[in-house]
Design a protein around this ligand. Structure first.
Ligand code: KG4
Ligand code: ZN
Length: 349
């Protein structure tokens, strides 16, 4: 079936057309069309996303992207129009929800309207097409589950025990800042632009990760929760106590590398501990922070050591995008699960 999907939960406006098939045992996705328009540059001067600017830009960009995707909308002929209903910024979510309703009514009255949980989109993004890895069939068979899912974004840090592709239990989550939020805040402290994650990664690649030993809050605690606020505060104090050096390029690179090492070690430690405790057969990484090379590679290496499979989205589908919303809409439809088509800012996994 063909799914037209819309994502506007934060500061990316995205529409995709995805061909989905294979059923719940072996879902397969082919991304036919996909456009992501980022507003990051507009929010950068404010150091973070401004909800009203996000709303204004989504309203402006949605019709432009839709027209670019297909000048003849009727020809898209989707079976499903899917839209992110939450979690996210409420004014931003509404723009997508209203646009989805509008185009369905106008162009695709026979299509089913499906509301999607943004975090499920992230979780299923590893199923989107990618070259050179195991077939999607293997990803859903008995060799894959139980799996440990680590979902890391700007708003969430969640560890899941997945019994199957659609059944899971939350093992833990952050008690304060999400890890992506910590990357963004530390970048800001170091004078790096928003969004901070990719900037920290760039600076860290040139720095010495052993130059400062930052704390790893809650890492050795028995539970599976995380905390990144203490780490962020330690970085703040370190910068404040080294004001003289803080403008130095090497200082920024060393602090970025040391912070990234602390964040990655904490995430990898708890994820692998969960994988051992629950005899997981695979580890699934998802969310915007999955774009972080150090996290990806460290978790991939740790999975290999444990002899479990490792899955992460293709690079184009780590950060917010509409293709992942189509994947989640397909799986949700197979499970015959309906969601209200209304903005739900606090939806969770
Ligand atoms: O999933 P996402 O696009 O949006 C949310 O749902 O929040 O995640 C955005 C987050 C931001 O905090 C951004 O700084 C972080 O993902 N991020 C990264 C990298 N790329 C994006 N963090 C670390 N390293 C990266 N390469
Ligand atoms: Zn996201």
């Amino acid at each position: 079936m063909k799914i037209l999907s819309i994502e506007t939960s934060c500061d990316e406006t995205s529409i995709a057309l995805v061909e989905a098939g294979g059923g719940i045992k072996a879902p397969r996705f082919k991304v036919l069309k996909h456009i992501v328009s980022s507003q990051k540059a507009l929010h950068a001067p404010f150091g973070g996303v401004v909800p009203n600017i996000a709303k204004r830009e989504h309203l402006k960009n949605l019709p432009i992207i839709f027209n670019t995707l297909s000048p003849k909308p009727h020809s898209l002929n989707p079976d499903i129009v899917a839209v992110t209903v939450g979690p996210g910024l409420e004014p931003a979510l509404w723009t997508g929800v209203n646009f989805a309703k509008e185009i369905r009514k106008k162009f695709f009255p026979k299509a089913k309207l499906v509301g999607v949980n943004h975090m499920e989109g992230h979780l299923y993004s590893f199923l989107l097409e990618q070259k050179g890895i195991k077939s999607k069939t293997q990803m859903t068979n008995a060799k894959t589950y139980p799996a440990i899912g680590l979902v890391v974004s700007g708003g969430h840090t969640i560890l899941l025990l997945m019994k199957s592709l659609t059944e899971w239990k939350k093992l833990g989550e952050t008690r304060d800042d999400a890890v992506g939020e910590a990357f963004d805040k530390v970048a800001r402290m170091l004078g790096l632009p928003y969004p901070g994650g990719p900037e920290i990664q760039k600076a860290a690649a040139l720095g010495d990760a052993a130059s400062v030993i930052f704390p790893r809050p809650m890492m050795k605690d028995k539970n599976y929760d995380f905390s990144f606020s203490g780490l962020k505060t330690s970085v703040l104090y370190y910068i404040r106590d080294h004001e003289e050096q803080s403008k130095n390029k090497h200082f920024v690179e060393d602090v970025a590398a040391s912070f990234q090492a602390a964040a990655v070690e904490t995430l990898v430690y708890k994820t692998t501990r969960a994988a051992q405790a629950f005899k997981a057969k695979s580890i699934i990484l998802a969310g915007g922070v999955a774009a972080n090379r150090s996290l990806r590679e460290t978790l991939r290496g740790a999975s290999k050591k444990l002899n479990v499979d490792f899955f992460a989205p293709p690079m184009a589908y780590n950060t917010d995008n509409a293709a992942m919303i189509a994947a989640a809409a397909y799986i949700q439809t197979l499970k015959k699960k309906n969601r209200r088509i209304t903005a739900q800012a606090n939806l969770t996994l």
